[in-house]
Ligand binder design. Structure first.
Ligand code: BV8
Ligand code: ZN
Length: 244
């Protein structure tokens, strides 16, 4: 029988949540861990694929050098994702849409699990693995859950690339700016399941903090952001978010 430890949530956080209208949630790979999605770091080592650290295979440089290999990497991850489902953490965040007047979900994840849990208007800072985009005219193409991905651009016939943000590439126009604007206006900012090492995503809690928001981290481990949080809830997102 798995013991679910009720996280010791402070009276201050409960009070602030009771009064909050504007809440921002920044999520990373850890929010999908309980769905079975491998994280990139954890346990001290960084994910590698075919001997390549993920920051190398998931880079703009690698895309220019070897697009087929980059496709192989994302095809492999899509295959892993195909049978996985949103977990209690995704579902709790989706429910918060009805609880707070203005809930902003900003994710670094490309797995689409927030949307599958019912979250609307998710800000995907790093794109989505279920989309491809034309390397020339930038037309976006859906990749069907079943079946093969489109081979070439239906508009101009040029090659398609994963519609994700690779290291060294800029984020989708407006996505970070919108997240930053909401971070600067929120009363409570949750940082869930991220090691807080990738920028500019990791600067959002700092923007919220600087604007006077109460910043709360949810993570079984300390992270690069823990010291800048007003409260750290140590544990799994599924357990903690369901108890909030
Ligand atoms: C850019 C898509 C303009 C592809 C990704 C400033 C300082 C230093 C470096 C930079 C900087 N600005 C820019 C850079 C360079 C770079 C960067 O940040 N490098 C880092 C490594 C130092 N940033 C960029 O290149 C960005 N582009 O800035 O463009 C520019 C360009 C060049 C130079 C200057 C400016 C683009 C970054 C986006 C790259 N694409 N993803 C793909 O998925 O393959 S990033 C990818 O990695 C994820 O999206 C995510 O962002 C990151 C992984 O981090 P996490 O999600 O946090 O996952 P991680 O495994 O690390 O941690 C999981 C956590 O969960 C752990 O803490 C664990 O304890 C916890 N956990 C585990 N289980 C649970 C749990 N938590 C709760 N519950 C559980 N059950
Ligand atoms: Zn095209």
């Amino acid at each position: 029988m798995q013991t679910v430890t009720t996280p010791n949530i402070s009276a201050e956080l409960r009070q602030r949540l009771a009064n909050a209208k504007r809440v921002l949630v920044l999520t990373g790979a850890g929010v999908s861990a309980e769905s079975g999605v491998p994280t990139f770091r954890g346990g001290g080592n960084t994910a590698t694929w075919k001997g390549l650290p993920f920051e190398v295979i998931s880079s703009g440089t690698m895309l220019e050098r070897n697009l087929p290999l980059v496709w192989e990497w994302f095809d492999y991850r899509r295959e892993t994702l195909r049978s996985l489902k949103p977990n209690a953490a995704h579902e709790a965040i989706a429910r918060w849409q009805e609880r707070f007047a203005e809930l902003t979900v900003v994710t670094q994840n490309i797995d689409g699990l927030h949307q599958r849990a019912g979250s609307r208007h998710v800000v995907e800072l790093h794109g989505n693995i279920w989309r491809a985009r034309c390397a020339v005219c930038r037309l976006s193409h859906e990749i069907p859950a079943a079946g093969t991905r489109p081979g070439a651009c239906e508009e101009c016939g040029n090659a398609l690339r994963p519609d994700v943000v690779l290291f060294g590439e800029i984020l989708p126009a407006g996505a970070f700016e919108f997240g930053a604007q909401r971070a600067a206006a929120c009363e409570v900012c949750f940082v869930v399941g991220t090691s807080g090492l990738v920028y500019p995503a990791a600067s959002l809690p700092e923007i919220a903090k600087a604007a006077g928001a109460f910043v709360c981290e949810v993570n079984p481990e300390r992270t690069a952001l823990s010291d800048r949080c007003d409260e750290v809830l140590t544990g799994k997102a599924g357990d903690i978010l369901s108890a909030l």
